[in-house]
Ligand binder design. Sequence first.
Ligand SMILES: Cc1cc2nc3c(=O)[nH]c(=O)nc-3n(C[C@H](O)[C@H](O)[C@H](O)COP(=O)(O)OP(=O)(O)OC[C@H]3O[C@@H](n4cnc5c(N)ncnc54)[C@H](O)[C@@H]3O)c2cc1C
Length: 300
Amino acid sequence: SRTNPFRAEVLENINLNGRGSNKETRHIELSLEGSGLTYEPGDSLGVYPENDPELVELLLKEMNWDPEEIVTLNKQGDVRPLKEALISHYEITVLTKPLLEQAAQLSGSDELRELLAPGNEGNVKAYLEGRDLLDLVRDYGPFSVSAQEFVSILRKMPARLYSIASSLSANPDEVHVTIGAVRYDAHGRERKGVCSILCAERLQPGDTLPVYVQHNQNFKLPNDPETPIIMVGPGTGVAPFRSFMQEREETGAEGKAWMFFGDQHFVTDFLYQTEWQNWIKDGVLTKMDVAFSRDTEEKV
Ligand SMILES: Cc1cc2nc3c(=O)[nH]c(=O)nc-3n(C[C@H](O)[C@H](O)[C@H](O)COP(=O)(O)OP(=O)(O)OC[C@H]3O[C@@H](n4cnc5c(N)ncnc54)[C@H](O)[C@@H]3O)c2cc1C
């Protein structure tokens, strides 16, 4: 469940994009063996990620904290060394107004209080955009409070959802996801999506990820296997339809299926290309239309 996730072992983690692509999309296969978890095409997988240890290291340095200091995480009294708590328990990449307000009470910074003064809401909003906890402590530190006081104002790391890209009947005890790596620059620093970059840069076969299944009653294959379906899934939006096709292939469903896919370049970005071609050949997929926006002179 969401509150008691299963630690799923990574079986496979590959980049689906070809060399030279602007994108990086990870195809990750996880083992659900022993979990008792089940899912249907259309469901999502919740993943609890860890923060980038390099970012945590910068934060520890900036705050002059002892990474081994023991902190209490919650009302239940669970404790962890500070570094481990910052890596796996707290959200450190998102700033919110309530967080700034609590931080202002901990810091002696007049500037932070000024930022939060009534009438300044626009500036607060602009400050929150694209900044993280490291920016906050660099801009408005030092915070001469204990690590415990400081981490107590942080939120718990939220899970990320990923459309399930596999069918359980075609892959017993497995779940597959398709994760686009999020990287961008903001305020003079390279930023990395917490979960997608964990998956792209650090997650190896044999490692585990805490996961749960998020069922979705509103997104399902039709009950009648003869019902035609039209699927529109550009980029990583293709993921659930791989699940649909695997399921229809496995169950021998005979309804027509029409797929629309698009991305930047045919050569490097046609996700699961050979699988789609095989489904066309086998008749599981009736028709496929694709558009590649950067293969032409003008962006389409
Ligand atoms: C039901 C559902 C299904 C999903 N399925 C998939 C899926 O199949 N595959 C998939 O890849 N994702 C999917 N997502 C999205 C996924 O849950 C995550 O949001 C995504 O992977 C980013 O998470 P992250 O931890 O890597 O990034 P985070 O650390 O959460 O950072 C993402 C945030 O960074 C900021 N940001 C991103 N780009 C920029 C930019 N260029 N400039 C400024 N700020 C920026 C935005 O605030 C954004 O919200 C799905 C989401 C939902 C709700």
